[in-house]
Design a protein around this ligand. Structure first.
Ligand SMILES: Nc1ncnc2c1ncn2[C@@H]1O[C@H](COP(=O)(O)OP(=O)(O)OP(=O)(O)O)[C@@H](O)[C@H]1O
Ligand SMILES: [Mg+2]
Length: 330
């Protein structure tokens, strides 16, 4: 095993199959950072890397470019992809969730009062990552005011130094600094509240990668594992998982974000909701004794008790009825 120094950081080579748990034709080596710090995200052993996404995020790291933005519908795995890549490669990741009132100072830093009554500069996540050669992930990037994102342009620019007006210092970003952003894809359909178009100069600094829901090859084993953990036998767990994923994909096809049909659904099922539905089915499996069907009861709690149109709710449960062959009583 070879040790390498890229800047001041020690890296070791490990086979890609071992690091990411994927099967690949040619098992090349990838660089894994040595030493695990508190800021490295925890490994989710159930996470399964989609090869396309893994190839892109890994290529991004190799390129030494600085900014990558992941877009896609809610709950399709944008944040988790970034977290799990870092978890497996031991790269520290600072996470920040943006909101409409996020200001540049929240990202770069601001002065805080010390106990002795003086002032101390508190570095924000982006400045700290830039100086220390860490990654930073700004989730919900496109809810931020475009002016704030534009204020990051200098720091997001590859190479060069940037000026921090608050401290009057000129900073050279560490070559290992990476900036990730995630955002929901609205495509002008008004599906997500408060999403803003960022300015084109800001967009121009990013690699973009669009994620879709992971697909049955990934979601079926995920859901099957939930049923197996609740002591269903393997065959039943697999059949149940396939049905759940089938329902999810039917809902996704009919979602207004995808379908232009007049009766398109205002609700879809993210991987997050799918996992929740399966977990709730195991938790509420005993409601059958009360005359309720766990598959529908769990779906109500996981998804359809939200403030949605009653006809949408019925349409969703009708899909479940057709796949599971279990009647729904509203
Ligand atoms: N490939 C995968 N393997 C295992 N679990 C996954 C995978 N992709 C997504 N998930 C799970 O799906 C859920 C949603 O993922 P995540 O939070 O990353 O979505 P997101 O796209 O960032 O959502 P949002 O747009 O709401 O921020 C998480 O529980 C995550 O662990
Ligand atoms: Mg997210």
């Amino acid at each position: 095993m070879t040790g390498q120094a890229r800047q001041d950081i020690q890296w070791v080579n490990r086979p890609v199959s071992e690091v990411f748990g994927v099967r690949v034709a040619a098992d090349v080596d990838v660089l894994v950072r040595q030493g695990r710090t508190e800021e490295v995200p925890a490994i989710n052993p159930d996470y399964r890397f989609c090869l396309d996404s893994l190839r892109v995020i890994h290529g991004f790291f190799l390129s030494m470019d600085r900014c990558m933005q992941l877009v896609g519908h809610k709950g399709c795995g944008k944040t988790t992809l970034v977290e799990q890549y870092h978890a497996r490669t031991n790269i520290p990741l600072i996470q920040y969730t943006a909101h409409p009132r996020t200001e540049l100072d929240d990202l770069l830093g601001h002065f805080v009062m010390t106990q002795s009554g003086g002032m101390r500069f508190h570095e924000g996540p982006v400045l700290r990552a830039a100086k220390q050669g860490l990654s930073v992930l700004v989730d919900e990037f496109n809810v931020m005011d475009p002016g704030v994102a534009t204020g990051l342009n200098a720091i997001l620019q590859g190479g060069g130094r940037f000026y921090v007006p608050q401290t009057e210092e000129s900073v050279s970003p560490h070559p290992e600094f990476r900036f990730f952003a995630t955002g929901n894809m609205d495509e002008g359909k008004g599906l997500y509240a408060g999403r803003q178009r960022q300015d084109v100069a800001n967009d121009d600094r990013f690699w973009f990668w669009k994620l879709d829901y992971p697909g049955p090859d990934y979601e079926v084993p995920l859901v099957q594992a939930i049923f197996e953990a609740a002591h269903l036998d393997v065959a039943t767990a697999r059949t149940m998982a396939m049905k759940c994923v089938d329902v999810a994909n039917k809902l996704r096809e009919q979602f207004i974000g995808v379908s232009d049909a007049a009766d398109a659904l205002e609700v879809t099922m993210s991987t997050r909701s799918l996992i929740r539905w399966a977990r709730l089915m195991t938790i509420f499996r005993h409601v059958v004794r009360l005359g309720q069907e766990p598959v529908h009861f769990a779906l109500e709690v996981a998804l359809t008790h939200r403030p949605i149109d009653p006809s949408t709710k019925l349409a969703i449960h009708a899909i479940v009825e057709s796949v599971f062959n279990v009647p729904f009583s509203a």
